[in-house]
Ligand binder design. Structure first.
Ligand code: URA
Length: 242
């Protein structure tokens, strides 16, 4: 809860002093009623505030780092009734939505926000934000195959940009390997298609990093709000590339 005059000031309409004056002049309505007293406490995300007959309520911009579990659709609503991201954000009053997407089966780092400008920049390939994936694959890729991933692979929709590819762990008994792949493109099912193209289909896929952001400290199915410092670091990073 915040003081009404502060919320009006933060909406960019007037200074705090001017906002107090507007309240005294009877120009401010809170949930349909004129407020004349100073210091009224309001919830900027829920209360309707009108100044001179115009609503000023602006949703506060919030961005969350979500650890998406497998078996969840990256949308706020699924016509087929499958579990979707919205179910994890029911306690959040803002109308947030996922930035970009992860496949139904893919786990890991997904930003969820109501900040349209940030969403545009994070998703736009021009900004080339690195995305790090850990892919458990069938079989054990040779160095030559990893080199192929690094140089670029010809997929149906064209060559992939150079990527980083490292072998993190090998299980000879199960004949599986864990790869770390860093890409900045965001084509549909790109990692799965790249791995399939070298003959090592993905068994399990997790996005572990997006730029400097990592999943650290966020359990599967949980989320944390990005700090103002992280938001400005992200915006600066994307600004520098525009
Ligand atoms: N690449 C994929 O194949 N799937 C994802 O969900 C993300 C990247």
């Amino acid at each position: 809860m915040e003081r009404l005059q502060k919320v009006i000031a933060h909406a960019g309409i007037a200074s705090r002093r001017k906002a107090e004056e507007m309240i005294r002049q009877g120009r401010v309505k809170l949930n349909g009623k004129i407020v004349l007293e100073m210091g009224e406490l309001v919830d900027p995300d829920r209360d309707e505030i009108m100044v001179d007959g115009k609503a000023i309520t602006q949703e506060r911009l919030v961005t969350f780092l979500f650890n998406k579990p497998s078996g969840v659709v990256t949308t706020m609503d699924d016509p087929q009734g499958r579990p979707c991201v919205s179910q994890f954000f029911q306690q959040v009053p803002q109308r947030v939505y996922p930035i970009g997407r992860l496949d139904f089966e893919t786990e890991g780092l997904l930003l969820v926000s109501n900040d349209g400008d940030l969403a545009y920049r994070v998703m736009h390939p021009r900004f080339e934000l690195d995305k790090v994936y850990h892919a458990l694959v069938k079989g054990i890729p040779s160095e030559g195959k990893l080199e192929h991933l690094r140089r670029g692979i010809l997929l149906e929709d064209g060559m992939t940009a150079p990527a980083q590819a490292e072998l993190l762990h090998v299980d000879k008994v199960k004949s599986e390997a864990l790869l770390s792949l860093t890409i900045h493109e965001g084509r549909n099912r790109q990692v799965r298609r790249m791995c399939k193209a070298i003959g090592h289909p993905v068994l399990q896929l997790t996005r572990v990093k997006l730029g400097f952001l990592s999943l650290e400290g966020v359990e599967k199915g949980a989320y944390r709000q990005l700090t103002p410092a992280e938001i400005s670091q992200l915006k600066n990073l994307l600004e520098a590339r525009s």
